[in-house]
Design a protein around this ligand. Structure first.
Ligand code: DQA
Length: 148
């Protein structure tokens, strides 16, 4: 299967960005670990980060025609703002897991609202960079036993 990993704004700064909240692991390290994990299970994985809402919308739209089977997405700040990115995921109707490094429910009230959670297969949050590994594990399990 083909898995697409999408990272929203400011996640390119992981490693140095508010490390007390987001840890010290860099995004390229997260992506390399995910590609290895997927490869070992016989799947392919591609990662894409953008600070631009339209670029993420365009990448989701492209996923409908490029063989993507499953999406892992950390929409970052767009979690709380982007109807457009939500609508793109609804339009392509690909299953996705929402990932957050921090636990948004333990932070400012404005982070409690997500435009994605009700469409997601599930959520992983609060486990730092490890959360991506857990999310990919869940995705691979689900791909092995199709629910539909
Ligand atoms: C985040 C949580 C969001 O509230 C925040 O805007 C981010 C990162 C996380 O991974 O914990 O940029 O998605």
């Amino acid at each position: 299967a083909k898995i697409l990993v999408l990272h929203g704004p400011n996640l390119n700064l992981l490693g140095t960005r508010e490390p007390e909240l987001y840890g010290r692991v860099r995004l390229d390290e997260i992506d390399a670990a995910l590609a290895r994990q997927a490869g070992e299970a016989g799947h392919t994985l591609e990662s894409f980060q953008s600070n631009a809402e339209h670029a993420l919308v365009d990448r989701v739209q492209a996923a409908a025609g490029d063989g993507t089977d499953f999406i892992l997405i950390n929409p970052a700040a767009f979690t709380h703002t982007s109807v457009a990115l939500r609508d793109a995921l609804a339009a392509v109707a690909l299953p996705f897991i929402e990932v957050h490094l921090s636990n948004p429910h333990a932070r400012e009230p404005f982070r409690r609202q997500s435009y994605f959670s009700d469409l997601a297969v599930g959520l992983v949050c609060g486990f730092g960079a490890d959360g991506y590994r857990y999310a990919l594990d869940a995705a691979l399990t689900r791909l092995a036993v199709p629910a539909r």
